[in-house]
Design a binder for this molecule. Structure first.
Ligand SMILES: NC(=O)C1=CN([C@@H]2O[C@H](COP(=O)(O)OP(=O)(O)OC[C@H]3O[C@@H](n4cnc5c(N)ncnc54)[C@H](O)[C@@H]3O)[C@@H](O)[C@H]2O)C=CC1
Ligand SMILES: O=C(CO)COP(=O)(O)O
Length: 320
């Protein structure tokens, strides 16, 4: 019997559990809060994160880590990036040595590390992979078509993992540029903040396209400096996710940017957007990793309240 575990029951963990349930016989969905596990078990829905989406009967919610991973051939981490290290550290000694797929997109504030770097730091497992692409959870959960990449340094393991995720609607492609996929997933959230600001401030389609393009360009330049492959930034995890996240109201990062552009202070913008907007903590963390990122610096200036969104966008455009 094929059993897989998804650790983290927010919007994306729950949607991914639904994808995996198309192929696996059983999927454990680990919830941090026992009351959420009980609610999912009772209602067959995760109403707080994915309202209106009935979950497959193959998904079993639980708040017990050991029960969730017991017998799993694949473990998926769907935990917000800033909480990833502390959460996974608590599981270290009990973690099974099976392929581990990280879903979190961002950079850790304390260390400047990307998701797979954090997981490799903490866990003693052979295969750590990243799944990333234009994958807005609500669309995937409704079964709308999408494509993604699974990045792993061992191509055959990445291909095998793709088999667990691929369904007639969700198409997973194996790649080996793990670092590039991590850089792209983190950076696009910062670009989505900036594009949201353009829209919120009513600056128009030309400014929106310019900001999106400049963000992509800085993302690819950072990737090149870190040793990632340029083709990653032109692919699904790069330009693909950048466009989805920057242009959809389903994106929390886009919504935070939108609210900032409308003049809300950061706290109110985050509260109105709801959910995890990784770009807010990731933007300053990216500067820790590499200070030569003028696009990111201007976004951080808005987040810190040092510059208005209109000023920041004007600086971005003039620097191009
Ligand atoms: N929602 C989406 O469309 C997509 C999200 N992602 C990424 O997936 C990651 C998770 O995002 P979502 O599930 O959407 O977030 P969410 O905001 O919907 O849910 C966050 C989940 O994390 C849990 N959580 C918070 N602190 C925790 C801790 N210390 N330990 C364990 N769990 C904790 C919460 O209880 C909640 O279940 C983020 O890095 C996000 O960028 C990636 C692709 C798509
Ligand atoms: O990563 C995502 C889509 O691919 C989700 O974006 P948000 O985290 O901004 O909602």
């Amino acid at each position: 019997m094929v059993h897989v575990a998804v650790l983290g029951a927010g919007a994306w963990g729950t949607a991914v559990a639904g994808v995996l349930a198309r192929n696996a016989e059983s999927v454990a969905l680990w919830c941090r809060r026992p009351e959420l596990a009980a609610e999912i078990t009772a209602t067959g829905e995760n109403t707080g994160y994915l309202p209106g989406v009935p979950l497959s009967p193959r998904i079993a919610a639980t708040a017990q880590f050991s029960g969730a991973v017991d017998g799993a051939s694949l473990v998926v981490l769907a935990i917000p990036l800033q909480q990833l290290r502390s959460r996974v550290s608590g599981w270290r000694t009990e973690f099974p040595d099976v392929p581990v797929v990280n879903l979190a997109k961002g950079v850790e504030a304390a260390t400047g590390e990307f998701g797979t770097e954090i997981v490799r730091d903490v866990l003693d497992v052979r295969h750590v992979l990243a799944l990333s692409g234009p994958n807005l959870a609500a669309e995937i959960a409704r079964g709308q078509p999408a494509a993604t990449v699974v990045a792993g340094s061992n191509l055959s393991v990445a291909q095998e993992v793709c088999g667990s995720f691929s369904t007639p609607a969700f198409h997973a492609h194996a790649v080996t540029d793990v670092l590039g996929v991590d850089v792209a997933g983190a950076f696009k959230n910062v670009v989505a903040l900036a594009v949201g600001m353009v829209e919120g401030a009513g600056l128009g389609a030309n400014a929106r396209a310019a900001v999106l393009t400049l963000g992509l360009s800085e993302m690819a330049a950072l990737g090149a400096r870190l040793g990632a492959s340029t083709s990653t930034f032109l692919g699904l995890a790069g330009a693909g996710d950048l466009v989805a996240t920057s242009t959809s109201r389903l994106s929390r990062n886009h919504r935070v940017g939108l609210a900032l552009g409308e003049g809300l202070p950061l706290g109110a913008a985050v509260a109105r957007a709801g959910g995890t907007a990784e770009g807010v903590a990731t933007a300053p963390a990216l500067l820790r990793r590499d200070p030569d990122l003028p696009f990111v610096r201007d976004v951080v200036a808005v987040l810190e309240g040092v510059r208005s969104p209109v000023e920041a966008v004007s600086r971005l455009l003039s620097a191009s």
